[in-house]
Write a protein that binds this ligand. Structure first.
Ligand code: ZN
Length: 450
């Protein structure tokens, strides 16, 4: 199919379409991003820093501090505690790169290198060239160049709340970036220091559930006042627990709240709440967060499906676990990030059955390009097209996004070309569908105007 003229015609048409990028984690304001490049360098490691590094580790590569590698956008790779020089870094990564170079993550990285740097491959001969050419791009205006001029994004939904440095939100480019924000400091308030942090932030005393809920209202009010660019709630709990939120009672939550203060008064043997004890509190607060999201009309984006980073429990993130929330909150638009891969068909069933559930193909295109094509094909057969969102890069730094976008465009063109070829839609209808997936549908969920 990819060799046919039809595919290439559709791909060429799709390449010209404006795109709303539904999901990124661009944590650095541009000045911090340039500072990072000035301080630690911007080299080939950056293209491997956010996702490909997971594949490198899966292939057997060991890193002393993978979080540091990710937080420095691939600059600092430490092995046995020692940071590697540029040459050492390449020599260390190279054998694992040979094992991982054909995965979806790596394909996207290579596409980005080709587009931004005009380098065809990452190997012994090019790693220095990649590093030098990337460094030369680190100039003011680079975000605009990469994200608007090259990728053609009209808006980006950026999820940075718990990842960015304090004050970063205010220094972001609000003409391009809109924000999905998290409220987990309320649902996780049972953790050591959680209540104290909320008391400090809101300058008030919190001793019971009512105090906590009042504080949450204050957060929502503050959020509305300063709403500029904040357009959705984000739930990313699947990294820490399963996403089945039982409808726990107020009494259960109050019991946990009392226990928090008992432990605070008698801190013997470093005793803390167990997760089993705390879970009803977390559930109760999550339902109150959703009550307020429904009242305020905020869409809720939920991480579902495979998690990044190594060693997660993938079953925690299965979309079917959210069904009770879809039923209970019919006026909330639940936006199922990553279409819950590897449960994409389950996600499609739920989106078909619930008017308030939409599907999002962010990140899936590069996790498994073939799976994304299969999933999209099923979705187009099952789900009204206004509820399918075609692209999000899910990246930390802008230079990795173009490759992900290119894989997404290929996948969308491929699936639509197949449907046109067997007479399921006309070519002009396919173009309309592609535009909805990449651009038109986003405005139905999110209010992008500040
Ligand atoms: Zn994400």
């Amino acid at each position: 199919m990819r060799s046919t003229e039809l595919y290439h015609r559709l791909k060429a048409e799709i390449d010209t379409m404006p795109v709303v990028d539904m999901h990124e984690h661009l944590i650095f304001p541009e000045e911090d991003y340039l500072d990072l490049a000035r301080g630690l360098g911007a080299d080939f490691g950056r293209f491997l820093s956010w996702y490909t590094v997971d594949d490198l580790q899966s292939a057997g590569m060991e890193i002393s501090n993978v979080q540091e590698y990710k937080d420095t956008a691939g600059a600092v790779l430490r092995v046995n505690g020692k940071p590697l020089s540029l040459d050492e870094k390449w020599n260390y990564i190279r054998p694992y790169w040979e094992h991982t170079r054909h995965t979806g993550y790596s394909r996207a990285a290579l596409y980005s290198m080709k587009k931004l740097l005009d380098v065809d491959d990452l190997n012994d001969r090019t790693y220095l060239e990649v590093s030098e050419r990337l460094s030369s791009l680190m100039k003011p205006g680079v975000y605009h160049t990469m994200l608007k001029d090259i990728c053609g994004f009209t808006y980006i939904v950026n999820d940075i709340d718990t990842m960015a440095a304090p004050g970063a939100y205010e220094r972001m480019d609000h003409s391009l970036l809109h924000f999905a924000s998290r409220f987990r400091h309320f649902s996780y308030a049972y953790k050591p220091g959680g209540i104290e942090n909320l008391e400090k932030t809101f300058n008030r005393t919190i001793r019971n559930i009512d105090h906590l809920l009042d504080t949450m209202d204050a957060q929502f009010e503050r959020w509305e006042d300063e709403r500029k660019g904040r357009i959705a709630l984000k739930i990313a709990d699947a990294y820490l627990r399963d996403v089945y939120y039982e409808d726990s009672t107020r009494e259960e939550a109050e019991r946990v709240m009392r226990r928090i203060f008992t432990l605070r008064k008698i801190p013997r043997n470093d005793e803390t709440l167990s997760y089993t004890e705390a879970r009803p509190f977390e559930n109760f607060i999550m339902h109150r967060i959703l009550d307020r999201a429904e009242e305020h009309g905020f869409p809720v984006m939920v991480h579902t499906g495979i998690q990044t980073h190594m060693g997660n429990e993938v079953g925690n993130s299965r979309v079917g676990l959210l069904t009770n929330l879809f039923m209970k909150y019919p006026r909330i638009r639940f936006h199922v990030l990553h279409s819950s891969y590897p449960w994409m068909n389950e996600a499609a069933c739920l989106a078909k059955q619930f008017h308030n559930v939409s599907l999002d193909l962010s990140w899936v295109h590069i996790i498994v390009p073939e799976g994304a094509r299969e999933g999209l094909s099923h979705m187009l057969d099952m789900v009204p097209v206004n509820k399918i969102h075609g692209f999000g890069g899910d990246a930390l730094v802008p230079e990795t996004i173009w490759g992900a976008l290119e894989v997404a465009r290929e996948n969308i063109a491929y699936v639509l070309a197949e449907k046109v070829a067997i007479g399921q839609m006309s070519e002009s209808q396919a173009v309309v569908v592609a535009d909805k997936l990449l651009n038109g549908n986003a405005g139905q969920i999110f209010q992008f105007e500040p």
